[in-house]
Design a protein around this ligand. Sequence first.
Ligand SMILES: Nc1ncnc2c1ncn2[C@@H]1O[C@H](COP(=O)(O)OP(=O)(O)O)[C@@H](O)[C@H]1O
Ligand SMILES: [Mg+2]
Length: 397
Amino acid sequence: MSNFTAAEPNAPLVVVEADPSVRSRLAMQLGERAIPLADLNGVEERYLDSPLLVVLGPSCSRSPGMSGAEALLAHRPDVGAILIADDLSTDLFQRAIRIGVRDVLGAPVDTGQLNEAVRRVDQTLYSALSGARSMGMPMGEDEPAEGGRVITVFSTKGGAGKSVLATNLGVILSQRSDKPVALVDADLQFGDIAVMLKLAPQHTIVDAVSSFERLDVGFLESLLATHQPSGLKVLPAPLEPAFADQIGADQMHHIIGLLRSFCSYVVVDTPAYFNEVVLGLIEDSDDVLLVAGMDIPNIKNVKIGLQTLRLLNTPMQKIHLILNRANSKVKLEVSEVERTLQVKADALIPSDIVVPQSVNKGTPVVLDAPRSAIAKSLEQLADRFAPATAGKKKGWR
Ligand SMILES: Nc1ncnc2c1ncn2[C@@H]1O[C@H](COP(=O)(O)OP(=O)(O)O)[C@@H](O)[C@H]1O
Ligand SMILES: [Mg+2]
């Protein structure tokens, strides 16, 4: 057994950067543990017998720095490298990951983010030594015996409120859960989760699939953006619609599997149509929240959606109908909708001006207007998965 504890990472840490002023700034950000070096010469000889953390400064992403790192990482799996890059292109990211760099961060790097990356890589080095999976989760008894619950939010109509629902549900579940909660933006062409949560993500799902053969829990974790107020872990959609094709159903299936291995809940937002990726997600899900707005085109589309799901032999007990804007004065009764769809609504979400207001602020309505009726209805929906207080409410578990 290793006597390593998560609170005391202790691999030696070197920071390598040719530019003296950039080097000393990075060293300062990393604290007194960091040993500043101009290049990688002699590093291997000096740290022969112990794992080593290497922070590669921006100058290293230009050759010959990169080839030096490649040579070192090729035969030293106990060296964990983090690259800071001026230009955080997908191309550079792929190159770095291929040579064995564990994480890539954009310059200028935020001190908190940098130290968090160092801590994460440090842990994987020690878990590798003690025989656990090399880039896996921090070892320990809190590794889940079975996976977390996958909840996909779907609708056959754009603008129905899928993304609003997915972000708010993710935030509430994250607040209630001790383990991480992930939100995946699987609206691959026009995903707007990052905008709705005011995140400026460093990575997207494209980075996960472009290094697919190396994708494991530790690596995937390093790609997730954290929504600070709630702790929710977000895997954003591609930045450009053209990248959507790069993500196939098999890849999505693998990503969801990795996420559920360390998260208590994986919430997935989707586009408003069926394709292979969406069908795979529905199959992988424990619950599908089918969102319908309160107008005839919405109801018509949801009816077709339900028929499609039945044809595909989707177990109906995992489909939950959510009626959004259910209080709107649109001369359509909930009972009428239920009768048309031949399904009872599991949740009614009222219409409220605070929703678009919160969307425009980039703050989910449950945080922005926690006392509003809509926030309460979203909390009630979340109760079905993770009750805020023990007892009372009937769950879907
Ligand atoms: N209950 C609601 N009350 C008021 N506005 C809502 C409500 N739900 C969604 N909206 C608004 O509708 C728009 C579309 O919602 P969104 O979640 O982006 O739909 P989808 O993801 O299904 O396309 C958003 O701008 C949001 O502000
Ligand atoms: Mg959406």
